[in-house]
Design a protein around this ligand. Structure first.
Ligand code: PLP
Length: 397
């Protein structure tokens, strides 16, 4: 017998993947220059030269057994110390290697944290704020928790704090906060996060147990202009960070990230052990050794965001001039656009069928009536796609 939920999950590709696959097929028919694929969040700027050089140097200089061998379950002490030093320098924290568990990217980090917080399997609740990364639902539901969704604040795509307050219960273990946000591209302000922290602190006292923030931060370094994403552990003690270098160093295929459980978290030691146990139970220990060694050498590398920023400005300015409304795109590499006909799915379908313009309906992120446009693409493709956006708003607007 096969687990039905798993079979269903494995056999129904996401709409994002379906649109992407459609684009590949169409490219063979109409030519790649006539397909405008804004579907995936796959970085389009290369990994920094120092990262590629570090890979070559490590392979040349270090003995092969050490490079390809297992590390400790939670990663090398030297790598974790390098990460801790980096965080402490930038954010004034006092993190040590013992607070860090290295993972194969943000996804396994999130899964381990959620699993660790499933105190009462089937009953524990984890909140997510719409619009949200669709994988949160399987991550939460398949790790013994219920997903409670906070409806989107479509005015400015911050967090609707009244809705958070209304939906908190004694079973709430944590709220996932993803900033800069996928799919809205919005960065939550310090003011929003401080107000959220106050609500969680008050309710935690009433319920007699901590309510953690799970800060899902693969886009932390991707902000534009003067905007910076606040480092949430400095605002709220009970914050667990799930980080990844997938986007910041353009390394999504290498699978490297971490969980940070600061000492300021209530039950920090037990929580860290719970994360380690969940990683063990899920078989996600000993993140790739080569990449751990690369991160140790390159932890201070920052992405050169110029290409994304140029895309962001071109797309935002062009679409708003045409009459589209977009969330303020301060971070990540997504533009969240209001569908001019009010129906994200219908707009996406028309764009696909008429113009081979592939954008993801907001319905996929539990925010109907919007479209996610991933601008980690070539600037040239954006320019070529603009007439299609214009024709769509002329006919559907
Ligand atoms: N969280 C968010 C919001 C994401 O957008 C992604 C990937 O796109 C992930 C987590 C997973 O990242 P990783 O590739 O590090 O597993």
């Amino acid at each position: 017998m096969i687990n039905q939920t798993m079979e269903q999950l494995g056999s129904s590709p996401s709409v994002i993947r379906e649109l992407f696959a459609y684009g590949l097929t169409q490219a063979k028919i109409v030519g790649p220059e006539n397909v405008f694929d804004y579907t995936l969040g796959n970085p389009s700027i290369p990994a920094p030269t120092k990262v590629n050089q570090a890979i070559c140097d490590i392979l040349t200089d270090t003995d092969s057994i050490a490079v390809h061998g297992y590390s400790m379950a939670g990663g090398f002490d030297t790598t974790r110390t390098a990460i801790a030093d980096n965080l402490n320098r930038r954010f004034g924290t006092s993190v040590t290697a013992q607070n860090l568990f290295i993972t194969c990217g943000a996804a396994p980090a999130l899964i381990s944290v959620i699993k660790a917080l499933s105190a009462e399997p089937g009953q524990s609740e984890i909140m997510a704020v719409a619009p949200y990364f669709p994988e949160y639902r399987p991550f939460v539901e398949n790790n013994g928790c219920k997903l409670v969704v906070i409806p989107a604040d479509c005015q400015n795509f911050q967090i609707d704090l009244k809705e958070v307050e209304a939906r908190l219960t004694i079973d709430t273990q944590a709220i996932i906060i993803n900033s800069p946000n996928n799919p809205s591209g919005v960065v939550y302000t310090e003011e929003t996060l401080k107000s959220l922290a106050e609500i969680l602190t008050t309710k935690a006292q009433v319920y007699g147990h901590p309510i953690y923030i799970i800060a899902d931060e693969p886009y932390r370094e991707l902000t534009y202009g003067n905007v910076k994403a606040p480092f949430i552990p400095t605002i709220y003690d009970n914050t667990i960070v799930c980080y990844s270098w997938s986007k910041s160093l353009s390394l999504p295929g290498e699978r490297i990230g971490y969980v940070l459980v600061p000492d300021s978290c209530e039950n920090a030691k037990a929580l860290y052990n719970g994360v380690a146990g969940a990683a063990r139970a899920g078989g996600h220990v000993c993140a790739p050794t080569l990449l751990q060694k690369v991160i140790e050498r390159c932890v201070d590398e920052m992405p050169d965001l110029q290409a994304y920023d140029e895309n962001r400005i071109l797309l935002y300015d062009s679409l708003t001039q045409m009459g589209y409304h977009c969330a303020k795109p301060d971070g990540a590499f997504y533009l969240f656009v209001k569908a001019p006909n009010g129906d994200g799915r219908a707009f996406s379908e028309t764009a696909k069928m008429k113009y081979n313009l592939l954008v993801v309906p907001g319905e996929e992120f539990e925010c109907p009536g919007y479209l996610r446009v991933s601008y980690c693409v070539s600037n040239d493709m954006i320019r070529r796609s603009l007439p299609a956006f214009q024709k769509l708003i002329d006919t559907l607007g």
